[in-house]
Design a protein around this ligand. Structure first.
Ligand SMILES: [Ca+2]
Ligand SMILES: [Ca+2]
Ligand SMILES: [Ca+2]
Ligand SMILES: [Ca+2]
Length: 352
């Protein structure tokens, strides 16, 4: 009975020694390390203790390759048509029990479901991948380095990765460009160089360090392929301007201002109406250019009124003076036209 009683204590001591020799990673015991377990058997013959027998077993911990790519945040990134360097943010976490490199690719998609209950409708351009070099969680142009892989990421460590791209012009509100970041585990190789592709051990367990792929299926990758991916998207908020041009006869040489007609010599008021649809982005620096036909003459005495209003489809006699007339063209700039807002430019001319 006594010899059985001592066995657990001996095993326990060996196990404690193993734990103490290797840091306790969430990813598990470090790949390539060895686990040695010793056993001692004491016994007696004729009531006299004999020389103990002992044995030990040593094996190498194999490499479990696992990683997670995740979108940072839960919402789409709002962009403007023509915006440059629009950022989406991901994290790549090494949940393997080994130091690995991770190759990175950012893929546009041609239609299909985006990341946030939306549908891909366009491709961003000039997409580049950056690592958060200064570790502040934000993309800093000129500081965060453009990369094609993460170098020597230790077990349980994460890196913040930015996919930065340009948006084409001509997009409309709620256009979506989805992008998928894929990280693929690679051998660590040397520092500052990307290691070779990982190979899973397909045959029987060997005495050396075997490799097992343990990753799940991400946005576009399969399970157990040493890769993981996540999707994010950019959603466009554009201005939706509409323009109309109205004219009203103010007076004529025969009737004056009472029921005036558009006869030669009559004064016409032109009103250019700029509206921005509800839910749109604010349009700024809205430049209006109106080349006058040769059949009218600009009324310099009246001038040009900007930022006027419209009531029931009729331009009000308001706004502030501004704009210019040169080379037969009336010009003026509205500082901004917000969503659901309407602004006018008014001027007068006489019929030749
Ligand atoms: Ca696309
Ligand atoms: Ca940064
Ligand atoms: Ca490396
Ligand atoms: Ca996978």
């Amino acid at each position: 009975m006594r010899k059985y009683g001592r066995l657990p204590a001996t095993v326990g001591a060996a196990a404690l020694a193993v734990v103490g020799a290797s840091p306790a990673f969430a990813a598990g015991t470090t790949a390539g390390s060895t686990i040695t377990n010793s056993v001692t058997v004491n016994y007696q013959v004729g009531g006299v203790s004999q020389t103990a027998s002992s044995a030990s077993d040593t094996f190498t911990v194999d490499r479990k390759v696992n990683l997670t790519v995740a979108e940072v945040g839960t919402t789409t990134t709002q962009v403007s048509p023509g915006q440059t360097a629009a950022v989406t943010t991901f994290t790549v976490t090494n949940t393997s029990n080994a130091v690995l490199d991770f190759a990175l690719t950012a893929a546009q998609q041609a239609g299909g479901a985006g990341a946030h209950a939306n549908t891909d409708t366009f491709d961003a351009t000039n997409a580049k991948i950056y690592v958060d070099t200064n570790g502040n969680g934000s993309y800093d142009a000129g500081t965060d380095q453009e990369v094609s892989y993460i170098d020597e990421l230790v077990a349980d460590a994460s890196r913040t990765i930015f996919v930065v791209a340009d948006m084409p012009l001509g997009l409309t509100t709620n256009d979506v460009a989805a992008v998928t970041l894929t990280a693929t585990g690679r051998e660590g190789g040397a520092a500052a160089s990307q290691g070779s592709a990982l190979t899973e051990t397909t045959g029987a367990n060997t005495s050396g360090m075997d490799t097992v792929f343990a990753d799940g299926a991400g946005a576009t990758d399969a399970s157990r392929d040493a890769a993981h991916s996540a999707k994010d998207d950019w959603t466009v908020l554009a201005a939706a301007l509409s323009v109309s041009k109205l004219s009203t006869v103010i007076s004529d040489p025969l009737n004056g201002t009472t029921n005036p007609k558009a006869i030669p010599g009559a004064t016409i008021e032109y009103c250019i109406v700029v509206s921005n649809a509800a839910g749109s982005a604010t349009a700024s620096s809205v430049a209006i250019s109106d080349p006058l036909p040769a059949t009218v003459t600009y009324d310099s005495g009246f001038g040009i009124f900007l930022n006027g209003s419209v009531t029931s489809g009729v331009c009000n006699a308001d706004g502030s003076t501004g704009g210019s007339y040169a080379s037969g063209t009336v010009s003026g700039t509205l500082t901004s036209v917000a969503a659901s807002e309407t602004k006018t430019l008014r001027f007068r001319a006489t019929i030749n």
